[in-house]
Design a protein around this ligand. Structure first.
Ligand code: AMP
Ligand code: GLY
Length: 432
């Protein structure tokens, strides 16, 4: 089977790495990929090929597919899904895994998602959406400025602002407005208190199969300090939840979600990833994503035992209930290594040579997934804010953490140590 994978971030490297373990895969290419993906090999020894086509360039992705004639196309990135890549590829006669444009609305419109939750009783933060600045301010005032402002549309994880004062609300409005069409509609939610956890499901249009729990660490600094990032690391399972608690949370969200999808005629095939706040009043959905989390994907896929191609085929065909999906016991950790300046402007760091990757082969059960990397004259260099996701798995969380941090200390970007958080999966309960 020949596979076309759309994307080039850390979660896409993890997807490619897992796909390559399937006996069914005889050829795989990725667009655009990254230096790590380009270094991967198939079981038959063939190399993965990367093509310089951006994930959101749906038309060029389609031209590439018409040339390459894949048997299966895989997309787990929000931008192309929101642009309707699945509908376009299906119209072109391709078999593609991912949500159609209507199903991707769960991630692409926070206002619609909020409406869906309220309509079908999915527990969520109370909120309303407004177009006018005056209406945003009036509603935020009613919440005593303790609120979260969110751009309705996609904003590369930079569209949500936690506010406590009128000035913060005004500042958030002006930043959201600069996002263009994504920020024309603004969702204002009550500010929930609690801690966050991530849920992931494989969906097939009718049912949902729960993956293990995980916790992302969103702020740049330890213990929730500093601005939000795309995610600085993940631990799976969530060390602070029992399996029973996790199942209860999943049921509270998914029972009404599945009923709502059926009533609305939404054919959701792919991964659903609800970000959830565990509050004193129970779990509440903060956002729905129509894809794997990054870096949750990395921690999940290193523990997945079942052939990913089989899961994807069953998800497309509506057969997930006939599949027994199994996971390695124990824990996994992903520590993200970022370049200086991230989550702000880190463009000056581009081109720095990454050293230490070769020494990582000495560590058992460790996989360095690449995100913002590229090849220059045969060397792996920095090409983005989040650069590597060092992912480890072990019987115990402590063992997995130890290996991840030993490995992190081996890596340099140029002569400098990368930026990373030291408390991923640590004993201090992360708040963000
Ligand atoms: P989102 O993009 O909607 O997931 O928001 C990004 C981050 O903002 C979340 O991971 C939370 O840390 C925070 N956040 C979002 N919505 C809320 C809320 N209603 N209450 C408290 N924190 C929130
Ligand atoms: N883990 C955060 C995200 O993928 O949006």
């Amino acid at each position: 089977m020949k596979i076309h994978v759309v994307g080039g971030c850390g979660r896409v490297h993890a997807l490619v790495w897992k796909l390559l373990q399937s006996m069914q895969v005889t050829a795989l290419y990725c667009a655009p990929g990254n230096a790590g993906i380009a270094g991967e090999k198939l079981l038959n020894g063939d190399a993965v090929v990367c093509f310089p086509v951006g994930p959101a360039d749906v038309e060029k992705q389609l031209v590439l597919a018409k040339e390459q004639k894949p048997d299966l196309v895989i997309c787990s990135e929000e931008d192309p899904l929101g642009l309707g890549i699945v509908d376009r590829f299906q119209a072109g006669g391709f078999r593609i895994w991912g949500q159609n444009q209507r199903a991707a609305k769960f991630e692409c419109s926070k206002a619609w998602s909020q409406w869906f939750c309220e309509q079908y009783g999915v527990p969520c933060a109370m909120g309303e959406s407004f177009r006018s600045e005056a209406d945003v301010l009036a509603f935020a005032r009613r919440l005593r400025w303790q609120c979260v402002l969110k751009a309705d549309g996609l904003a590369l994880g930079k569209g949500a602002f936690v506010c406590h004062t009128e000035q913060e609300v005004r500042d958030a409005i002006s930043v959201i407005r600069k996002l263009g069409p994504a920020g024309e509609l603004i969702v204002v939610q009550e500010l929930l208190q609690g801690r966050e956890t991530s849920l992931h499901f494989f969906c097939d249009g009718r049912t949902a199969q729960l993956m293990p729990s995980s916790v992302d660490h969103k702020s740049i600094g330890e213990a929730g300090v500093g601005p939000n990032t795309g995610g600085m690391g993940t631990v799976s399972p969530d060390p602070h939840l029992t399996s029973e608690e996790y199942l209860d949370i999943a049921k509270a969200i998914m029972t009404p979600w599945l009923i709502g999808c059926k009533k609305e005629g939404i054919d959701f095939r792919g991964v659903l990833y609800p970000g959830v706040m565990l509050t004193a009043q129970g779990p509440k959905v903060l956002e729905f994503n129509a894809r794997f989390g990054d870096s949750e994907a990395q921690t999940h896929l290193v523990r997945l035992e079942t052939d990913l191609v089989e899961i994807i085929q069953a998800s497309i065909d509506g057969n997930l209930c006939n599949l027994d999906i199994t996971w390695k016991p124990g824990s996994s950790v992903c520590v993200v290594l970022a370049s200086k300046g991230y989550p702000g402007d880190s463009s000056k760091e581009k081109g720095r040579m990454i050293s230490g990757l070769n020494t990582l082969t000495q560590y058992p059960n460790l996989k360095p997934f690449h995100a913002g990397t590229t090849l220059r004259e045969g060397n792996v260099v920095v090409n983005g804010g989040r650069v590597l996701g060092l992912t480890t798995w072990a019987e115990t969380l402590e063992e997995a953490r130890l290996t991840a941090y030993r490995a992190a200390n081996e890596i340099r970007f140029g002569n400098e140590r990368p930026i990373f958080r030291c408390d991923i999966g640590g004993p201090i309960l992360n708040l963000r």
